[in-house]
Structures are given as C-alpha cells and as structure tokens.
Design a protein around this ligand. Structure first.
Ligand SMILES: C[S@@+](CC[C@H](N)C(=O)[O-])C[C@H]1O[C@@H](n2cnc3c(N)ncnc32)[C@H](O)[C@@H]1O
Length: 242
C-alpha cells in the first residue's frame, strides 16, 4: 500500500496502513442497516489501492471511517433534554490523528477513557491497534452505546476490554484513567464550564495524572501549569503532567 510519505512521520504512516488494513479485513457489518454504504465504500477503497495515489487511498479511507463513525447520534427525548441543558455537542468525528499519535502513550496496563464517546469508534480503534487494560466509553446516548457494543464484537475486541458508562459526562469523575480522549462533549459555556473546571480538578488531583488528547481543545484554560501542552496542531492538543 503506497501512502503519501510527505504528510506524516514514518511511524504514523505505518499505523495508518495498519488501520486501513484492519478495515479491509473486517467481515461484513453485523447490522447492515446501520452501515448501508460500508460494502460500496470499502470496494472504492480497495480499487484505490492499486492506483498508487496516496491521497486517493486516504480520501477513500476517510469516507469509510466517517461512515462507520456515524455522524447522526440517536437520542431519546430525555437524553436530548439533558444534552441541551449542558450545551452538548452532537456526534462529530475526532478524526484519525489522535489514533495515529496515541501509540507511545498507551501501554498494556493503560486504562483509557473517551468522554462523549458516540458509538465508541475512537476508543475501539485505540484498543484494537494498541491492546490495553480497558477502554471506558462515556456517552449520554444509550442507543449509541448499544451500537458501540455491536462495533466491539464486529472488531473482535473481547468484552472485558471495553466498558460503557451511559450517563452525562458531568456525572463521571475523570480520576483513575491513564489516557483520556476528549472531543468537546459540551460547550465551555454556562453549566458546561463546570464540567471542564471539575474535570481539570479531577485530573490534577489524581495520584497519577493522565495524558490527555483533546480535540478543539478548551480544557487548557481550566488547567494549571501542572499540565503542559506537548503537541498541538489546531485540531488536536496533547497535554501531559509536568
Ligand atoms: C463531538 S462528539 C465526539 C465523538 C467521539 N468521541 C469522537 O471524537 O469522534 C461528542 C459526543 O458527546 C456526546 N455528548 C454530548 N453531551 C454529552 C453529555 N452531557 N454527556 C455525555 N455525552 C455527551 C454526544 O452524544 C457525542 O457523541
């Protein structure tokens, strides 16, 4: 598979190739109805592999990834009410860069978490590429969590490696994790501010503060100088305890 080597460092390029291979080797989706375009998008990806055009391969792969990520989230009336109350964001994909950059920070014993996990695809890909202790998925939509369990089985990840907390992120402590992935579950305004300030307090007071990968980051403003940014590209910000 020839990918565009000018776009990424060699180790990330290798991980991207593994990710693409993973999608090429997956069996058909168990719930076809949820992923109606999977077959056609995967065929398109397969056909680009022989083109030798790295951009085309990546573009076709991103479409397949976005389809499996699902950008529609399914909420009950009550979930929607709670989400609106906290200024919650809908299900926008965090993209590939956090997955490709996380490997050095995830070890066999790592407990990882995604606050606002959607169908959990990001955490599942991290678990699949870099098998580790446990992935904790926190999401307000019970239906998305159900779909996430389908994805877990489809990807062949053992059930004891993934757990779901179906709740408002504001009710869940950020203590006790080694690696946290955060893609703006709620707006940093109004009651949403309380979430980020409590989250910052939790991680800073943890005996072993976690690495945090934050998309469209707004957490930095709530952290003290006990944390430092070690990578940022405008989309992904990576933070670690000093
Ligand atoms: C921007 S998406 C991120 C999805 C996924 N983590 C990713 O990065 O690709 C935010 C997610 O947070 C969920 N969410 C929004 N408000 C929430 C809340 N108060 N508690 C828990 N989850 C919430 C949404 O349902 C959605 O799945």
């Amino acid at each position: 598979m020839r990918l565009d080597a000018s776009q990424r460092p060699p180790d990330e390029l290798k991980r991207l190739a593994s990710l693409i291979r993973l999608f090429l080797e997956l069996p058909e989706p168990p719930e076809q109805i949820l992923f109606p375009k999977f077959g056609a998008l995967r065929e398109r990806l397969e056909s680009t592999l022989h083109s030798g055009d790295g951009d085309k391969i990546e573009e076709a792969f991103l479409e397949l990834y976005a389809h499996v990520h699902m950008n529609e989230a399914l909420y009950s009336e009550d979930e929607r009410r709670r989400m609106d109350e906290a200024g919650g964001y809908w299900n926008h994909a965090g993209g590939l860069s956090p997955i490709l950059k996380a490997q050095p920070w995830i070890h066999p014993a790592t407990i990882s978490a995604d606050f606002g996990a959607g169908n959990g695809l990001q955490g599942l890909l991290l678990q699949k590429l870099y098998p580790h202790g446990k992935t904790v998925q926190i999401e307000i939509s019970a239906r998305m969590a159900e779909i996430g369990e389908c994805l877990r089985e489809w990807f062949g990840i053992p059930s004891n490696r993934v757990s779901w907390i179906v709740d408002d992120v504001r009710e869940v402590t950020a203590r006790g994790f080694d690696f946290i992935y955060l893609n703006r579950p709620v707006r940093p305004e109004g009651v949403g501010r309380d979430f980020y300030s409590r989250f910052a307090e939790d991680v800073e007071s943890d005996a072993s503060p976690p690495i945090i990968f934050s998309i469209a980051d707004c957490l930095r403003d709530f952290l003290s100088d006990r944390y430092e940014v070690f990578y940022g590209d405008g989309h992904l910000t990576c933070l670690r305890p000093r």
